[in-house]
Each structure stands twice: as C-alpha cells, then as structure tokens.
Design a protein around this ligand. Structure first.
Ligand SMILES: [Zn+2]
Length: 317
C-alpha cells in the first residue's frame, strides 16, 4: 500500500513578496513522553535541536487533562473539555467544561488551529500513526471533513482494518509505523516551493504510548532527520513535544512517575529571521526556564503565529 503528496492546485505557489512574513510551522508530537523521559531517551535529537536550531527547553509545561484527547483539544483548539476543580475552599464546586458534548460534536466546528493556518494561506498536513487518532478515540466522532490539505488517516485506517495488509506493508519489510509518517512529511515539504508557508502536525503514538523505553532506539533516526533537513526548517517554527507523560504501568506507582506524567516535553525553535529579536529571545528564555505553562499557552502561541503576529510584522512580542 502506498501514499503520495499531490500538490493542491488551490495553493498559490507564487506568493506575493509584499505579503507579511509567513514562517512555516512544524509540530512533531511523541505521545506520552515527559520532559525527563525525552531527555533520557533522545538526547542526540534534543542536542541537534538546541545546537543547530537554537531550540528552547520548556521545563514547566503542564498537561491539562488525563489523556491525549483533552490535551490535544487544549493545544489544537484552545478548548477546555474537562471540568476544573475550584481553587478556593469550596472544593465541591467545579467549573464546567467549555464543551461538555465535545465527543459528539465535530472538531471541524471548533477553533481547530489547522483551519486558522489554512485560512491564512498555508498548505497544511496532519498525520497520525494510531488508527483511531487523537480526536477520534473510541466513542468520539472526530472530524467530519478532511481537516488539512493533506491527511494520512485513510492509510492508517486501512492498516488497522487489514492485518494482512499491515504485515505486507510494515512488518515484512521491517518498517515501523512512524516511518511512513515521516516519509509523507518530507514529501510534503518538498512538494511545494519554500515560498509557500506550511503547517504540519505529525502525531506519533505507537513508539512510546505503551513503552517507557520506546523512544531510545529512534534517537539516531530523529537526530539525523533534524540534521539532514535543517535547510527545510530554516524559516520554520519547530515544536517537538508531547501531550502528557506515561499514563499507566508500574512507573505511575512511583512519585517520579506521577510527576513525569504531568510534565510533557516541549522543545521549541523559532525561524532564523526571528532568532535575533531580543524581546522574543528574552520572552522565550524566561518562559522556558522559570514559568509554569500549559497546553493553552501552546495554542495561544500557534494562534498568534497564524493571525496576530504577521499583522504587526513580527514586532510585538
Ligand atoms: Zn496521549
């Protein structure tokens, strides 16, 4: 079974140079990887991001819900799906969910960030290696329409349905499920000229969701990926992150495991054109080192990149 990127005829490849600067955005998410676990598992990759991309290590990112769905909702739509315990002494009181019926409403009708980027003229891509997907967990309806210009979901739905196909496509040639995602993504990056801004979200579940040591063996792969493709990401915001830490297993019985579960990793690099902006760098230094942040801050940052920041020509940080 194969996949390919066929460039969309609806995307203008001759961007007007008078347009505001529109850097690309790449989000690489490893499901269930805490900051500590990331540092233990993929040190070479992190080192390349820090040294070659100038990435910041956000030490204080907090998850906002128990599993992928509420955290995905938070950083991709800005919507709080879970109830919030009161912070005062009336401990019985809870703030209700901002979208109590979220599992039975299409994500298309939300503030999904991919739409903001598409509306701003970006060509977009979303791809996950889990047959269900973050918004389509059992019991939830997910998207009604293709949410991005390019979408790999049909490939993994077929893989999930047909064991023989999975065996022929992945197991026999010894291909792990993350590899087609990455190949698809590189095809995407190369299918459009650099003048076309790109938004891409790669969500990798199978590597680490069930295995605390699942990421170790891919450190060389991702270190090479970021090293070899430095040029492709030169004018991009790059997020390498997770939704939460390990959610189950013996490690959760330990105090460290509980702390790690609440502190997903986030490494974040800015486009080269913005990498000398003193105010931006100061904000990133402060917010990465000394502040507690949450997935709602990630959403706000994405929204700023898609909407407000270009209007001020990236001068207001
Ligand atoms: Zn998850």
């Amino acid at each position: 079974m194969h996949f390919q990127i066929v460039p969309s005829p609806n995307i203008s490849v001759n961007q007007n140079t008078g347009e505001p600067f529109r850097p690309s955005v790449f989000i690489l998410l490893f499901d269930s990887v805490s900051r500590s676990s990331g540092i233990r598992s993929i040190p070479k990759t992190i080192n390349i991001l820090k040294e070659n991309y100038g990435a910041f290590d956000f030490r204080g990112l907090n998850k906002v819900g128990s599993n992928s769905l509420p955290n995905g909702y938070a950083f991709l739509t800005g919507i709080r799906t879970e109830e919030l315990p009161s912070v005062d002494f009336h401990m019985d009181e809870k703030l209700p969910s901002e979208r109590p019926n979220y599992c039975h409403e299409y994500v298309d009708n939300s503030t999904f960030i991919g739409k903001n980027f598409t509306d701003a003229g970006y060509v977009s891509l979303m791809a996950e290696d889990w047959t269900y997907g973050v918004f389509k967990v059992p019991g939830c309806i997910g998207f009604s329409n293709k949410p991005t210009t390019h979408y790999l979901r049909p490939f993994y739905v077929r893989m999930g349905e047909d064991k023989m196909l999975r065996e022929q496509t992945l197991w026999q040639p010894c291909i792990e499920t993350y590899q087609p995602l990455m190949e698809y993504h590189v095809q995407f990056l190369k299918a459009y000229p650099t003048t076309v801004p790109k938004f891409s979200l790669i969500w990798i579940t199978e590597l680490a969701h069930n295995y605390l040591d699942g990421l170790f063996h891919v450190d060389d792969y991702f270190a090479n990926f970021f090293q070899q493709n430095r040029q492709l990401f030169r004018e991009s915001f790059v997020f390498m992150m997770s939704d939460h830490g390990m959610t189950f297993g013996p490690v959760r019985e330990t105090k460290m495991g509980q702390k790690e579960n609440g502190n997903p990793m986030l490494f974040f690099a800015v486009p080269e054109s913005l990498s000398h902006n003193k105010q931006l760098l100061e904000n990133l230094r402060t917010n990465s080192a000394d502040r507690l942040i949450s997935h709602f801050d990630v959403y706000t940052t994405l929204l700023d990149i898609a909407t407000v920041a270009p209007r001020t020509n990236w001068t207001d940080f």
